[in-house]
Design a protein around this ligand. Structure first.
Ligand code: 26V
Length: 822
């Protein structure tokens, strides 16, 4: 019999040191005499990893025995950031590590910084998936994430002479958080053809033959819950050449070069994350990534289900699959294919199972972001799937025709196949038809999809198929980890850290809005967080900023709809105003630091121009003696999750200023408010619900409403309209070369002047400037500002991702937690 083995469970600093040192000396084969920060990181990570792995194994065993319904979250992006601090805080014993490291001559903050970000995502959508994993584990749900193990995550951004330069992010050098499962592989087929025939019983049979095979290898990442032993699994698939006989034959024929080339081609599938956020380009490799990942994941899920030896009809009682946007929509087709082609189910029986299994979350209404694939490309890469899509479409359109015989024009509008040249497969429609629930990510957004892009489907299916789950964020990373001092202050008043598991408990701190000592400490913590950010700004840009100035921050992907251009035009307006002031007038002004950060998609010229302009404005303003501390303009390079952890706690004001109706939710708005920052924003996405929760007096709203956007756009194109005079002055300054070569920015200006100002920058400019003046006034009264800050934090309970996950569990998945027996 095997001896029961227990890994060393440290709880004191000495025990931690023993474990870390053992790993440094044996696992890493390094001598303690040349133990640098990277080695200390590795030893620390491995010591905590051991603890994680034990609970991870137990959790998986427990979930298997419990034999309850599991959730599978399919996402092409998981923007995880660093894992060590999260592991230490979720598992506990961070203090043991801190003291242990300190004795060895290291500061824990420096050690944590050694880790590379796991940046397998573009922005909000990928970070949401990461927050959801944290909540699922913290709430004891039996849940797995499925994604792709990109060799290169989102590129690193460097700023050279004011321009964005992209550098590859090779992050896998040393990654202690992943476990390769070389025994868990799936063969994935591409290309080939379909042979159809009738078998001896007269049944129609389709066989997908030929083509090529690529192998998927599983890499598992443990996801620890907070204050629970539940440790869930994130399974990422990596591609490699199939190790079957095929390439051996080639090899034996002496085709060494081409067999190596085949291998390279196979590995290309999981090589790189597509860096476009909200732009679909219809590249074959992207469709290959999608099918590769979906087919491997479904094979895995089906294999697990089959071990329970249940009838197929029970599949939706055991399995809930959530589609994070349309990227995994092929899963709908793949499950239908498995059921009818491989398991021999009848079409209708199979289709019922499919629809009960899937839920689809929409994350955007921008038309250029909606996925469509050319039929010829599909036909070539996935011939059997295209046939099944045609059948799904046929049965769907037949039912629509029966129910709405008088509305024949509706058929072409709702068809999965767009009758264009070439024909296109509309993935969102396929996702709706293949799911039992469709949700948007904030109230306005969920209403908009029902009245615009999916209007016909609401008529067809009724309103109950469509629902809303407003996004949320995990307070573990975005408060506990990012802002330990604020967290500690709150815990001291609430008598512990329970609020990190039930964020509505934050409401209790509102009792302290008039407590002078509390307020003072609140203010000091914000100041300290600003000092911390100012240090990063100095180190990375060389610019000194005054931590007493108002920190005004906009960090997110650069996109025209998010309107960083509105922000920088506003900054220029402020600069021009300062220049024209007398010394007396300047004295009355509140000093400001305008901070920007975010990546532009490499092919998105307009977004790159915005970055260029911000940097050029900074170069002028930051060196203007007339301006001094009154205004500084900073572009922080390479905005990512770990930078966000420093930035969010350091804002006085953050900007969420998208054209109304374009930002599905936004989630950084929640991170900033949770850390005591106020918001300037439009009536868009989750800003609306944030306002409802924290109160109108605690937010600076401005601009046109979503309901007015269509008419304004029409007016720009066909009516007579004049641009905002203050904005025109800003354009004059740009055109006169104040911020360098005017030609460089003519496209940006002309989009507004000549091309209809699609994002309504001019329409909102006046209201934006006026609202910033209100901000200045409000900031002068620090006591009231602090009241707003405290009240806002107290009322943010709704925006925990735990609440979202509970809503998904109740409304969409119908799953229960499987808590550990203590
Ligand atoms: C993503 C990609 C990735 C690369 C290839 C092409 C492509 C095309 C479309 C998309 C969809 C992006 C949708 C998205 O990121 N939406 C964001 O989702 C956040 C979480 O729900 C939400 O907070 C943001 O408002 C929304 O923009």
């Amino acid at each position: 019999a095997w001896k029961k083995f227990t890994a060393q469970e440290f709880s004191t600093k000495e025990e931690f040191q023993a474990e870390a040192v053992r790993h440094i000396e044996t696992t890493l084969a390094r001598s303690l005499f040349n133990c640098d920060e990277l080695a200390a990181y590795s030893g620390t990570a491995l010591a905590f990893r051991d603890r994680l792995v034990i609970e991870w194994n137990k959790t998986q065993q427990r979930h298997t025995f419990a034999d309850q319904k599991r959730v599978y979250y399919l996402s092409l992006e998981f923007l995880m950031g660093r894992a060590l601090d999260n592991a230490m805080l979720n598992v506990g014993f961070k203090n043991a590590a801190k003291d242990g490291l300190s004795e060895l001559g290291f500061r824990i903050e420096d050690i944590i910084k050694q880790e590379r970000d796991a940046a397998l995502g573009n922005g909000g959508l990928g970070r949401l998936a990461a927050c959801f994993l944290d909540s699922l584990a913290s709430m004891d749900f039996p849940a797995w994430g499925y994604g792709l193990r990109y060799k290169y995550g989102i590129f690193k951004q460097e700023i050279v002479d004011g321009y964005q330069v992209e550098v590859p992010d090779y992050w896998l050098d040393f990654n202690p958080w992943e476990f390769p499962r070389h025994d868990i592989t799936v063969e994935i087929q591409f290309y080939g053809h379909v042979r159809k025939y009738q078998d001896e019983t007269g049944k129609n049979v389709a066989v997908w033959e030929g083509g090529e095979i690529v192998e998927a290898v599983a890499y598992d990442v443990p996801i620890p819950g907070f204050k629970t032993k539940t440790t869930n699994n994130l399974r990422l698939w990596s591609s490699k050449a199939a190790s079957g006989e095929f390439d051996f034959q080639k090899f034996n024929r002496g085709e060494y070069e081409s067999s190596v080339a085949d291998q390279q081609r196979a590995e290309t599938i999981s090589a790189v994350l597509y860096p476009n956020d909200n732009l679909e380009r219809g590249k074959e490799l992207r469709l290959k990534q999608q099918y590769f990942w979906v087919a491997a994941s479904l094979f895995d899920i089906v294999r697990r289900f089959k071990k329970t030896k249940r009838a197929w009809a029970a599949f939706p009682d055991q399995v809930a699959i959530q589609l994070n946007d349309t990227h995994p929509t092929l899963a709908v087709v793949e499950l239908q294919r498995i059921l009818i082609d491989q398991e021999g189910l009848e079409w209708d029986e199979a289709w019922q199972i499919v629809v009960k299994t899937f839920g689809y979350t929409n994350h955007t209404v921008l038309p250029e972001a909606l996925e469509k694939w050319p039929v010829p490309l599909f036909q070539n890469l996935l011939p059997r799937h295209l046939q099944i899509i045609y059948d799904i479409n046929l049965y769907f359109l037949q039912s629509v025709e029966r129910r709405f015989p008088k509305e024949r024009e509706m058929l072409s509008r709702v068809s999965i196949i767009e009758e264009s040249q070439p024909k296109m497969v509309r993935m969102a429609f396929l996702a709706i038809i293949g799911s039992h629930k469709v949700n948007g990510v904030a109230e306005l957004h969920s209403d908009l999809i029902k009245t615009t892009i999916f209007k016909d489907f609401v008529k067809i299916y009724g309103p109950d198929k469509f629902t809303n789950v407003t996004n949320g964020i995990t307070p573990r990373r975005w408060l506990h980890q990012a802002n330990p001092r604020l967290c500690e202050l709150i815990a001291s008043k609430l008598g512990g850290y329970d609020f990190l598991k039930d964020l509505t408990l934050l409401g209790e701190i509102e009792r302290y809005v008039d407590d002078k000592a509390f307020k003072k400490e609140w203010q000091e913590i914000k100041y300290a967080n600003k000092v911390r950010l100012a240090r990063v700004i100095k180190e990375t840009t060389g610019v000194s900023v005054n931590p007493a100035a108002l920190f005004d921050i906009q960090v997110k992907r650069i996109h025209e709809y998010k309107r960083q251009q509105l922000n920088i035009f506003g900054v220029i307006h402020r600069y021009l105003a300062i220049k024209s002031m007398t010394a007396e007038e300047r004295k009355k002004l509140a000093p400001r630091v305008s901070i920007f950060g975010g990546k532009a998609a490499p092919g998105y010229w307009m977004a790159k121009t915005v970055i260029h302009l911000i940097n050029n404005v900074g170069a002028v303003v930051n060196n203007d003696k007339d301006v001094g501390d009154l205004l500084k303009v900073i572009f922080l390079e390479d905005y990512n999750v770990s930078k966000a952890e420093i930035i969010c706690p350091a804002s006085d004001l953050s900007e969420h200023i998208s054209t109304a109706g374009t930002e599905a939710s936004g989630t950084s708005n929640m991170k900033f408010v949770l850390n005591g920052g106020l918001i300037i924003g439009t009536c868009d996405g989750a800003n609306i619900e944030i306002t409802r929760e924290i109160g109108e007096s605690n937010i600076f709203l401005f601009g046109n409403l979503a309901e007015d956007v269509e008419e304004l756009r029409h007016h720009h194109l066909y009516g007579k309209y004049e641009l905002d005079p203050d904005l025109l002055k800003v354009f004059e300054a740009i055109k006169s070369g104040t911020f360098g070569d005017a030609n460089a920015f003519s496209g940006l200006v002309n989009a507004i002047v000549d091309h209809g100002d699609y994002y309504l920058v001019s329409d909102d400019f006046h209201s934006y400037i006026q609202t910033h003046d209100l901000v200045d006034e409000a900031y002068k009264n620090q006591d009231e500002w602090l009241t707003k800050s405290i009240q806002s934090v107290a009322r943010m309970g709704f925006f925990t991702s735990d609440r979202c996950i509970q809503e998904y569990a109740d409304l969409i998945w119908n799953v229960e937690p499987v808590p550990p027996k203590e």
